[in-house]
Design a binder for this molecule. Structure first.
Ligand code: GLN
Length: 552
């Protein structure tokens, strides 16, 4: 490497690589975020980086059923849902620099080669690709001015796809072993017929990691059960890890208990010891209070999410809406209620329109973001039901657009009102595309063709939105192509749908709401407030929705 990646102006930066073993989906993201939180509790500034090994340049073009939510950062990057976990646990913004994919890394290397930036050298997969990865990791740590950067490598040890990232990690460790730690998050199955926790898959995972030149410093033993002493010893011996660094990580009721459970095993102290850092403080109190609050909420608030990205084969995976779900939970807990969330597939109300009356059983309803035509008439029926029956409703992005369409059709009497996303020929395009986006689509330039990231919004005094936010100017994150058509502003307002928020130049409608005398809570927002809701700072719109649901 040309430059020292660990020291800048006398400040030592430390790096923790988190690598999965055995299988995916065992909570590597939550484990990374939780480690970050406990290290913050020790007085260190922490940031986190997510590496996704696929060739896509960003997560924006992937199907949410397969890949889960696309999390949008302040600076408009379309990233993996784990970045949302980092923001929620670390209570900090994560930016574009903290996310990379194989596609993004190769694109950068190839662009650099085309620009002659390698000075005539033969550009090789190794070391040039790992060097690019290292530079990105370093850059992320530096930009966040983080003492500690946690890097989560997607996939599992032994996979072909993530090998160049492991190579980058190995090189960083070789350069300065005291500044780099490796954590293997593995899974220990307890097969029901055997009734015993098995360590062998984790032993194999550790060996796979060894084959990439990496010896784990820690093993986080994910399982349905806590790790017992004999298995802790076995893992230590066969995986060459200090016994005290084999950490039990059983399933928990709430992911927000994970940092607290880690501290029961003194994990922050052990990590600091490995990285040769002195603890500066011990303060996890706010987080402990929050986790206690969750436990104390008994009375339920029943929330329905009407969407379509739930089903994967025979399984229901609400991952596509994870930030919405977490935001609803924070708001319920802050209102002293236990969130009971039900997923409703909007297709249902298209096949069986009468079923929509089941929505009367909910305290509040949400239609989250979405794309395309499937299920939207079902969502529109649900919104109509919520409006007419005064059930508190929050529409997020598509949920705002569809609420506007529903209002235009059923209150203004414009039967064919629609979004041009679905019906380009409609005579009442209440939601349409603005010129700038239309050009990108015409050129088939779909990747990154949306309004993405944070935009300011001015709230109208006297509205519910203004009351909830308690300020005139706000900023929220966007991810959409279509916008409210200004030709319809006056007409909807005359009938009681208030334009409660717009862009500062008043060109773009950002919030619509029904006036308070018409409905207890009916708000649609063109943005995604779910990306800015944090455990200790529940978002005002979600708080408002839940409060209205409780009062219903
Ligand atoms: N499909 C709509 C648009 O592109 C809404 C997108 C969303 O809900 N995120 O404008």
């Amino acid at each position: 490497m040309e430059n020292d990646i660990f020291a800048e102006n006398g400040k030592k930066r430390k790096f923790i690589f988190v690598i999965g073993g055995v299988m995916s989906g065992v909570g590597k993201g939550i484990a990374s975020a939780s480690m970050g939180r406990i290290l913050q509790g020790r007085g260190f500034s922490v940031t986190a980086v997510k590496i996704d090994p696929y060739v896509n340049v960003d997560a924006g073009t992937m199907n949410p059923v397969e890949h889960g939510e696309v999390f949008v950062t302040e600076d408009g990057d379309e990233t993996d849902q784990d970045v949302g976990n980092y923001e929620r646990f670390l209570d900090t913004n994560i930016y574009r620099d903290n996310y990379m994919t194989t596609g993004r890394v190769y694109q950068a290397v190839i662009n650099r080669e085309r620009n002659l930036e390698y000075g005539g050298k033969c550009v090789e997969v190794v070391p040039h690709v790992p060097y690019e990865v290292i530079n990105r990791i370093k850059n992320a740590g530096q930009k966040a001015n983080a003492d500690i950067t946690i890097i989560e490598i997607g996939g599992t040890a032994g996979e072909y796809q993530n090998i160049l990232f492991l190579e980058a990690a190995r090189m960083m460790h070789l350069e300065n072993p005291d500044d780099v730690a490796f954590v293997l998050v593995s899974y220990l199955p307890v097969p029901s017929k055997i009734g015993e926790m098995k360590t062998k898959p984790t032993q194999s995972a550790a060996r796979e990691l060894n084959a990439a030149g990496i010896l784990p410093d820690f093993i986080l033993a994910r399982s349905t059960h806590p790790l017992d002493e004999p298995r802790r010893q076995k893992l230590a011996l066969f995986c060459s890890v200090d016994k005290e660094n084999v950490i039990s990580a059983p399933d928990v009721d709430s992911v927000y208990d994970v940092p607290i459970n880690f501290e029961k095993e003194n994990l922050s102290e052990k990590i600091l010891k490995k990285l040769k850092l002195e603890p500066r403080q011990q303060d996890l109190q706010e987080w402990r209070d929050f986790s206690e609050k969750i436990r104390c909420c008994e009375q339920a608030v029943k929330i329905g999410i009407i969407g379509k990205y739930f089903e994967s084969g025979d399984f229901i995976l609400p991952d596509a809406y994870i930030s919405v779900i977490e935001s609803l939970k924070f708001a319920a807990w802050h209102n002293g209620r236990k969130p009971v969330i039900e997923w409703i597939n909007s297709d249902l109300y298209e096949k069986e329109p009468d079923k929509v009356s089941e929505l009367s059983g909910f305290d509040c309803l949400v239609v989250p973001g979405g794309f395309g035509s499937r299920g939207i008439e079902g969502k529109i029926s649900a919104i109509k039901y919520a409006r007419e029956n005064k059930i508190p409703y929050l529409g997020l992005c598509y949920g705002m657009q569809l609420a506007s369409i529903e209002f235009a059709r059923n209150v203004l009497g414009l039967a064919d009102a629609h979004t041009t996303e679905i019906n380009p020929q409609t005579t009442n395009p209440i939601i349409h595309i603005i010129a700038e986006q239309a050009e990108k689509i015409a050129a088939k330039n779909y990747g990154n063709s949306m309004r993405l990231g944070a935009y300011p919004c001015i709230l109208k005094e006297g509205t519910r939105a203004y009351e909830l936010y308690g300020q005139r100017e706000i900023s929220e994150r966007h991810r959409h192509r279509y916008e409210f058509n200004n030709d319809y502003r006056k007409r909807v307002e005359e009938k009681g749908l208030i334009i409660a928020g717009t862009s500062p130049d008043n060109e773009l409608v950002e919030i619509v709401e029904l006036s308070k005398d018409l409905h207890p809570f009916f708000v649609g927002v063109q943005f995604h407030p779910e990306f800015k809701s944090r455990p200790l700072k529940a978002h005002p719109l979600f708080l408002g929705l839940i409060k209205a649901g409780i009062n219903k």
